[in-house]
Design a protein around this ligand. Structure first.
Ligand SMILES: Cc1cc2nc3c(=O)[nH]c(=O)nc-3n(C[C@H](O)[C@H](O)[C@H](O)COP(=O)(O)OP(=O)(O)OC[C@H]3O[C@@H](n4cnc5c(N)ncnc54)[C@H](O)[C@@H]3O)c2cc1C
Length: 416
């Protein structure tokens, strides 16, 4: 089967690239093994996690950083499209790229971020909270949300919290087995008329609180439940991310995939690309686990396979390698230098990834593959955790590469 562009990996970066290319007339295939980092999404997107202006920090990054390869003006043009796009597919985000705001973590600490889903707890001024009395609601038996940690953290920020457990008869059957009390299973129950019951329980527990804060266990398949609960709870309602799986992250993954398919994209879920045939610095075709001998071919290919977490990168005893095409990788020295024994220190391995030229062409044996691009978490040269730039790098590299492919195709310089 032949496409204009084949994208390997259907997480945030693969889907953003695919949607962008489809919207500009290309025919795209996304092949994705399974779960992506969106299944762990916090409700906030990070561009660059500094106090103040992320773009100023981005302008000072070294040449090897993916952002530096895109350039500040191109990044700005891309990120200006992000909020309107997500609004179109049903996600309203607060925040902008001029100044970071703060999301409230499950530990009750503040983290500077670029965009936060409007229903999530976040503040613009760390010294001036809009509320000082909070009701922290947990669902009885739900172990993936630690209200006491949150209360302690909020206390240090000057917000007094009262914890209340609520329960509903509809949750009884999953509560019998504690391993079933996961965010997504709870969210499957908290729909329709059950929202009314939940709101009644929440309202009973709020007393004189100025805000109600609860774990993000509502709205797995759409935002209707979130809106319905917000309408029925008397006080302002804010969500806090839970331990995985992330209910809003899965909703976003599904919404992006559905949108890609709605505009004509082909998405193969649960299949893995195993290998490819490379001749004269070009990829001719790829094979997948489920399709055996059948070869998928395209003019261009995008590697959006993620980092170690998604098996886009793997480690052997003495090397970091890319398992599909055996692309060049950037990693440093002996294994003992890959990590820092201090768990919370900067970890060198976080910057390891696939090597590319400045246009994000993948390198193989030192030479750029002319029709293979790399986007997202699998790229080398950045540390998504320490720098706080995960979603930002994924989205901007994806759209930048889509722009490159479109420009090259329209200039007629693309290799066939
Ligand atoms: C646990 C976790 C939580 C995070 N939370 C946040 C957050 O809240 N906010 C934020 O800004 N950033 C966050 N990040 C950073 C994150 O890396 C980016 O935000 C972004 O979601 C990464 O998207 P991606 O598409 O590049 O990679 P991934 O999301 O890792 O997606 C890669 C996809 O490729 C597929 N794949 C891999 N190999 C193959 C193959 N051979 N064939 C077919 N498919 C393949 C995988 O199954 C996966 O679906 C988080 C990262 C992690 C690891």
């Amino acid at each position: 089967m032949r496409f204009d562009t084949i994208i390997i990996g259907g997480g945030l970066s693969g889907l953003m690239a695919g949607i962008n290319l489809m919207q500009r007339g290309q025919r795209c295939l996304i092949i994705s093994s399974g779960q992506s980092a969106l299944h762990f999404f916090s409700g906030s997107m990070e561009l660059y996690g500094v106090e103040g202006c992320p773009m100023e920090a981005i302008a000072r990054l070294p040449e090897s950083h993916p952002y530096s390869k895109i350039g500040v003006d191109n990044i700005q043009a891309i990120i200006d499209t992000v909020k309107p796009f997500f609004q179109e597919i049903g996600f309203i985000f607060n925040g902008d790229s001029n100044v970071n705001h703060y999301r409230i973590t499950p530990m009750g600490t503040l983290k500077p971020v670029w965009l936060t889903m409007e229903e999530y707890a976040h503040v613009t001024d760390r010294n001036n909270f809009p509320w000082h009395q909070a009701a922290l609601i947990n669902i009885e038996g739900f172990l993936d949300f630690h209200a006491s940690f949150l209360a302690a953290g909020l206390g240090k920020l000057g917000v007094e919290s009262r914890i209340a457990n609520v329960t509903l008869p509809q949750l009884e059957h999953i509560r019998k087995n504690p391993t079933e009390m996961r965010s997504t299973n709870i969210a499957k129950v908290l729909t329709g008329d059950v929202i009314q019951r939940l709101a009644a329980e929440v309202n009973l527990a709020t007393n004189d609180a100025e805000v109600v804060i609860m774990p993000a266990v509502v709205g797995l398949y759409g935002k209707e439940e979130v809106n319905s609960l917000k309408d029925k709870v008397y006080k302002p309602l804010r969500f806090i991310p839970t331990m995985p799986p992330s209910v809003p992250g899965i909703r976003m993954q599904i919404a992006l995939r559905h949108f890609f398919q709605k505009i004509g994209g082909v998405y193969l879920l649960g299949d893995s690309v195993e290998s490819g045939i490379i001749r004269k610095n070009s990829l001719l075709g790829i094979s997948t686990t489920n399709h055996g001998e059948m070869r998928f071919e395209a003019d261009n290919y995008i590697m959006a396979t993620g980092s170690f977490f998604s098996h886009g990168l793997r480690a052997s005893a003495d090397a970091i390698y890319e398992p599909v095409l055996d692309l060049d990788t950037v990693f440093g020295g002996a294994r003992s230098k890959w990590y820092n024994e201090k768990l919370f220190a900067e970890q060198p391995y976080m910057k390891f990834g696939i090597a590319t030229d400045n246009e994000f062409h993948a390198l193989k044996e030192g030479t750029a593959l002319q029709n293979v691009y790399v986007v997202g978490a699998g790229l080398s040269g950045f540390d998504a955790i320490k720098e706080g730039c995960g979603a930002g790098v994924s989205i901007t590299t994806a759209i930048h590469v889509a722009n490159t492919i479109i420009n090259k195709s329209s200039n007629g310089t693309e290799q066939k």
